[in-house]
Design a protein around this ligand. Sequence first.
Ligand code: HEC
Ligand code: HEC
Length: 322
Amino acid sequence: MKPAARKHPHLDSNKIWNVILNLETDLPYPNNPGVLSLEFLRPPPGHQVFIGPYDDVAPGEDTYSPLQSESQLCAACHFGVFSDTVIYNSFGEWKNSEYADPNSVLYQTCQDCHMPPNGTDHFALLSEGGLIRDPESIASHKMLGITDIDFMRDSVSLTADAIVEGDSLSVTVNIRNSQTGHHIPTDSPLRHLILVVRAFDDNGVPLDLVAGSQLPDWTGSGDPETGNYAGLPGEAYAKVLEEVWSQQSPSGSYWNQTRILSDNRIPALETAQSSYTFQAPGNKTSLVKIQLYYRRAFIELQNLKGWKLSDLLISDKSMMVK
Ligand code: HEC
Ligand code: HEC
């Protein structure tokens, strides 16, 4: 079953006049999530108000606010604290990254990446007085995210080396968060990356792992063909929550009290490196296969709920080594 198309709550963002941040932390106040940190302009009955990013709007029911183009617009809903545990924080992650530095060539707001121009040169009907504008100045309302495979594939760059020395085949994988303006994955603690690193001899028989990490149970026990990777060589990147009363982990029930057991997500512009050593098959060629998947929710939860959210294959590499 395909999940129903959702409307991003952002559709109401053109009514947001102010987002209240704590001046000491530059983040919303933890006890004021979402709308509690927002100030809306409400028109009187019979009228409309649209707050937009253009300073030349015709007078009428539309008005201008620079906030519409700033990351702060998104802050209230993309920072969330439950029982003192920071559950989602794409805003704070962005804020701590070079993307938030107005003096950096990398400076980019949430809107720059998630609402990129789509080439149109006007948005108001020309017959109604709409203006021709520089296409680069018109933000689309695409809200690029996990439904766009190219956007997801571009989010990281993966490089790998493999060499044989004596009876060891060593593989090193680097995943650089090169295009994501915050950690990858971000926000929903159900999201994770799964890196699978396998090596085979020339008959297709998997080589034994001598050193290096193996994928945790929560990547699924069973047939790898159906998305179960537990025990295979590799690494999973996630913020893992433990529900305090039941000690269950990873938990997605963050409305209950949780603690962060581990968090190895990859911050903006940083690189996660992992290394694996396999038993080399003598003087023969081996095949190394490296796959990086983005999984939207823990497989056990998906099975429990009957969700069919296919993993996104965001990187796929094969190398022959001898
Ligand atoms: C009023 C609250 C609110 C504001 C303001 C807001 N968001 Fe969101 N956003 C949400 C919620 C809630 C979700 C999760 C929606 C869901 O899962 O159905 C979400 C999801 C997303 C997603 C995931 C895409 C998807 O459809 O699953 C992206 C990307 C995103 N927001 C970016 C932004 C950006 C960029 C801004 C600022 C321009 C912004 N948001 C402002 C509440 C908000
Ligand atoms: C430099 C580009 C860039 C910037 C700046 C950026 N993002 Fe993202 N964002 C991405 C990419 C690429 C992804 C997909 C990879 C991932 O999930 O981390 C993403 C994913 C997300 C998601 C998760 C989507 C999902 O469905 O799980 C949310 C929510 C989000 N961004 C919100 C924001 C907010 C809020 C800001 C500003 C504070 C922001 N982003 C700034 C590039 C960017």
